[in-house]
Structure formats: C-alpha cells, structure tokens
Design a protein around this ligand. Structure first.
Ligand code: URA
Length: 437
C-alpha cells in the first residue's frame, strides 16, 4: 500500500503507534515540500494530544538528526563531553563549568546558541568580550580543543534542518510544549553535534520551559534514554529556575559574574550548582573514578584558580582581550543605573525569573526578532536573593541601561517581580533530582 501523509496523521490521531518508516516518510516529505504545512501541523497537534512511545521518539530524533550535517569530532582524541541547558535566566553556566571541567582534563568542544526570547545565549555573552570570535575554522577549533581543552563556538554546520522547519511550525501552532517533541528536537541537534557524552541541565520553574517537576523528569528521562539508545552516556540534572541564576542577568554582566564565580565570589547556591554540573562532566569524561572523586576535583580546580586560568586562556585563544578577567572596565556596561528597592521590611520569598528575563530583554540584552541588535552592557545585578532579609529602601538589584524608554518598559515588566514576606522562608534546593541511564 502506498503511504500517504493522511494515513500517518490519522493513525496518530487515533493513538496508534507509528512505524519508523511512517515517521521517516512524514518528516522527510515535510523537508522536501511534499508534505504540506497544514498536514505537518495536524500531525504535530496529534502528537501533542496523544504523545509518542519511546521508539517513536527515537525514530523522530534520528530522522531529524540525519536531515543535515553530522559533526565528526573523531579526529580529536579522547571523550568529548558536552553540557546542554534547556534555557534559563542568567544562565552563564557554560562559562564556568566548561573551564572547570577542562581544567580537570575533560575535552569540551562546544557549540552554543544565541539568545531568543527571555533566555540569554552563550554566544552573545562571549561576544560582549572585546575581540572574542565565536566563528573559528574547523582547523582552529580542533587545534584549540586539543591544546587548551576547551573551545566554544557558534554552530556553522547545517544541523538538523528538519527540526528547524518543524520548530518554526510548532511555534505558531501551539505545539511547542510537548515532551516527545521537545526531547526529539533537542536530541536531534545534540546527536549531530559530535559529542560523546552529555550532561543535561533541565531547568524547572518560572523562568523555564518546564514549570513542573514531573514534566521535567519525563523530559530528562527521554533525553537520557535517547542518548543511551545511541550509545552515548548521559545524565540529566533537574535544577531550579524560579529565581534568576547567580548575581547577574545580561550579557557582559554575566561574563563578570562568571569570572567572579571562578574567583570564588559567585552566588553560593549557583556556585554549588556549577560545581555539580562540572563534576558530572568530569566523571563522564572518565577523569574521575567516582562522582565523589569528580566533585573533589571540580572544587579543587575552582579553588586553585586553574579553572579561571582556563577561561582566560580560552578568551585569549579566541581573540578576546584576556585582561577582562582582571579589569571589568574593559567590558561594556550600561551608562545609567536604576536601583530597584525593597518596598517593605521582610524576607525575599520570590524573584520571578521570567519577569526579570523579559525585563532585561526589553532593556536591549536580547532579541525579540532574529535580526535585533544586542546592547551588551545592559542588565540586572542582584545585591539580594531569595531568603535574604531586607529593610524598606534596600537595593535588591541594579539595572544598568542606556535608554530611558526601554527602562520604562522594563520597569512595567518588573512590577510585582519581587515578593517580600514577613517571615523567612526555606529556599528551594538548586538541584532537584538527577536522572541517569
Ligand atoms: N529547545 C529545543 O531545541 N527544542 C524544543 O523543542 C524546545 C527547546
């Protein structure tokens, strides 16, 4: 019988499991233009409503992975370990865990993305460093990874174009929030990126894709499972994303925060989270025999300053000014400062990561549309975090900005973003769970 898009859609509509051939037919047909937008949209909605089993998710992942280039890093000797975050506010984790893991001997050959929406992108943060190049030739990339142990670049290869096309359709058909679709979308790109092992940082909370711990656990389960089925070891950490991470949100401010963290002056909970992620990278890279040994190594690399040296070396090798590590005045910073103050006495019980992320984007730190230019120096710097006591009038965070109109919009977004309670509340744990193969 000749396969048609209609049959595949109907089967999924009726909750019948699909075969590998049916999934391949539909996705490849969509990429080539034989399957129409409206057919793919109907299929995606059927998946959204009826889900997919493990095999279907794996087949969908594979066909999207195989739709474009698959990066081959096999010429770099050793285990390449990658860390992937599902996106957060103030998430400068890569700039910290990459250097810690590399200082401990792990090989970090990382391709990162740009900001879109309320979450920042590692590439934009790195580009706030004067001279920093995120585009290296393949030879430069390989040479740097071999000699320094770490390079972070933008994606040049044509990775998973089927996912790109399907994601754009999901974005306008209310089908983003489907765990099988998210898991296969992320994993199609990860499996094409050339790494051998993965540490996933699956965020849960107000500022994250997953607002609910059970959903996050399910997503983590599938991501780890898909990696496993492809013979690549992985672990997922479920981490809290209710309040912004660390002290800063905004590109150059986050670079300063990352450097501070590597100097031992980071926000303590965020520092612990970075150490845990780096430990799993070190462990998966076989640079420690147990996770506890990896934890010791990660801490030692942070405390000895070797991880900071690694970041400095990476910045210099990629054309950036390494003096930024000591002299933050070399980094851009908004010219004007607005102090966001406590409206009453009490304890901070919540700082809404989503509102802060959106406000910082409105100041100019992110993009609402792909072609928007970024203002690298704007953002928020926190003086207080959840759990801290404040008196009325105390500064909770400072906004660095350049444009009064943008500040006005950001402040509208920040209304009711900080909740102050009369009694001290217990802070949520940073690491909520760990999902292994
Ligand atoms: N990130 C992705 O790459 N894909 C999704 O579907 C969701 C988040």
């Amino acid at each position: 019988m000749v396969l048609t898009a209609y049959d595949v859609i109907k089967k999924k509509r009726d909750s019948l499991p699909l075969t590998e051939e049916e999934i391949r037919f539909l996705v490849n047909g969509y990429v080539s233009g034989e399957v129409a937008d409206y057919q793919m949209a109907a299929f995606l909605m059927a998946v959204f409503l009826n889900g997919m089993n493990e095999d279907e998710i794996l087949w969908l992942t594979r066909v999207m992975r195989d739709s474009g280039d698959i990066v081959d890093l096999s010429d770099i000797v050793g285990i390449k370990v990658d860390k992937h975050s599902t996106g957060g506010v103030g998430d400068k984790t890569t700039l910290i865990v990459g250097p810690i893991a590399a200082a401990a001997g792990a090989i970090v050959a990382k391709m990162s993305g740009r900001a879109l929406g309320h979450t920042g992108g590692t590439l934009d943060k790195l580009e706030s460093i004067p001279g920093f190049r995120v585009e290296l030739s393949r030879e430069e990339f390989v040479e740097q990874v071999e000699e320094v142990g770490i390079a972070v670049i933008g994606q040049t290869a044509n990775i998973a174009p089927a996912d790109k096309k399907i994601y754009a359709l999901r974005d306008v058909t209310a089908t983003i929030e489907s765990i099988p679709l998210i898991a296969s979308s992320i994993m199609s790109k990860k499996l094409a990126s050339g790494a051998d092992r993965f540490v996933f940082d699956v965020k849960v909370g107000r500022g994250a894709f997953m607002q609910d711990i059970e959903d996050a656990r399910e997503l983590a389960y599938y991501m780890v499972k898909i990696a496993d089925m492809e013979g690549k070891k992985a672990v997922a950490l479920l981490t809290n994303m209710d309040e912004p991470l660390g002290w800063a949100v905004g590109n150059s401010l986050e670079v300063m925060d990352a450097i501070d963290t590597l100097k031992g002056k980071g926000e303590p909970h965020f520092t612990d989270k970075c150490l845990e992620l780096a430990s799993w990278m070190i462990y998966l890279a076989n640079e420690a025999e147990s996770i506890d040994e990896a934890r010791e190594k990660a801490r030692e690399k942070l405390e000895s300053g070797e991880a900071l040296d690694k970041l400095r070396e990476m910045i210099e090798r990629q054309g950036g000014d390494p003096r930024v590590v000591e002299d933050y005045s070399l980094l851009p910073k908004g010219e004007k400062v607005y102090e966001f103050k406590a409206s009453r006495d009490g304890y901070i019980s919540a700082i809404d990561a989503l509102k802060v992320g959106r406000a910082v984007m409105l100041l100019g730190a992110g993009r609402q549309k792909k072609e928007d230019e970024i203002d690298y120096g704007v953002g928020a710097w926190f003086e207080r975090k959840v759990g801290d006591e404040v008196k009325k009038g105390d500064v909770i965070f400072k906004l660095y900005y350049n444009d009064e109109n943008k500040l006005k919009k950001a402040l509208e977004e920040l209304a009711a973003s900080v909740v102050i309670f009369p009694e001290k509340i217990e802070r949520e744990k940073m690491i909520l769970d760990i999902v292994e193969n």
